[in-house]
Design a protein around this ligand. Structure first.
Ligand code: NAD
Ligand code: ZN
Length: 245
């Protein structure tokens, strides 16, 4: 494994434009369950029953109960060494951009600044009919919560299955991927599109990919370095190796 970490550190040290793509696996060690993979949430719940607009309209109470539970978990979670390492790499001027599919705020709390959030923010609620928006400090008291401006339903500020990504976020992420010579892909199954296309865009533009995941994924077969293991253990090892080069 150290051999592979050496290769990864070498690639990073020589990079001109290093970016990272993270998925829910990076927050797993902070106690936030992933959707897929071992211990994934979807082993207990079906995504189409909870994370779609139709499901929300059919049963806003159940969907909000699930989101309230996740909001609570996230508010009580702490960034782990993987989030912290990415923030340090940015601070050192090595990591240029961080693209995340996560809806939690652990990258922000670890100190990362140059973040592109592809799938929205679970701590934001917005009205389904007017422009009302607010930031949550706790799960809503009343479930489902209602808009104080127009009385309609408030929804979580995340991108659900079947919905489009914020257009500025995906176009920025695509631009960054085309410009990247190295991408770190951490804790993502790579099956959710268009985020799953970003590593392909890196490869199409002759960039290299370093993947960190506990399991092989859709991406593994075309990466340059596959580091199998927990993000919270591997990322600090990469940083240490980089510092000793
Ligand atoms: P995913 O659930 O599809 O895949 C998670 C991946 O993480 C799997 O490949 C798994 O093997 C890997 N993994 C699990 N533990 C790991 C660890 N300790 N270290 C490294 N890898 C680990 O997640 P995804 O690819 O992000 O896509 C699904 C969607 O899930 C995204 O749209 C995202 O918005 C949403 N989601 C977000 C959160 C969050 O914000 N924390 C949590 C759950 C789901
Ligand atoms: Zn409203």
């Amino acid at each position: 494994m150290q051999d592979q970490i050496d290769v990864a550190a070498e690639l990073i040290s020589k990079s001109r434009h290093l970016i990272a793509l993270t998925g829910s696996g990076i927050s797993a060690e902070s106690g936030i369950p992933t959707f897929r993979g071992k211990d994934g949430l979807w082993n207990k719940y079906r995504p189409e029953e909870l994370a779609t607009f139709d499901a929300f309209i059919r049963n806003p109470r159940i969907v909000w109960e699930w989101y309230s539970w996740r909001i609570n978990l996230i508010l009580n979670a702490k960034p782990n060494p993987a989030h912290i390492t990415l923030a340090e790499l940015e601070h050192m001027g090595i990591l240029k951009r961080l693209v995340t599919q996560n809806v939690d705020d652990l990258h922000e709390r670890a100190g990362s600044k140059k973040i592109i959030k592809l799938h929205g923010d679970i701590l934001v609620t917005r009205c389904i009919s007017c422009d009302y928006k607010s930031r949550l400090k706790a799960p809503p008291n009343e479930i489902p919560p209602k808009c104080p401006k127009c009385g309609n339903l408030l929804r979580p500020g995340v991108v659900w299955f079947g919905e489009s990504l914020p257009s500025h976020a995906i176009s920025e992420a695509l631009k960054e991927s085309k410009n990247a010579d190295v991408m770190l892909v951490i804790g993502t199954s790579g099956v959710v599109y268009p985020a799953g296309y970003l590593p392909i865009a890196v490869k199409e533009n002759k960039g290299s990919i370093i993947e960190v995941n506990t399991e092989e994924t859709m991406i593994t077969r075309y990466v340059d370095v596959f580091l199998q293991g927990k993000a919270g253990e591997i990322l600090p090892q990469i940083l240490k190796t980089l510092q000793n080069l």
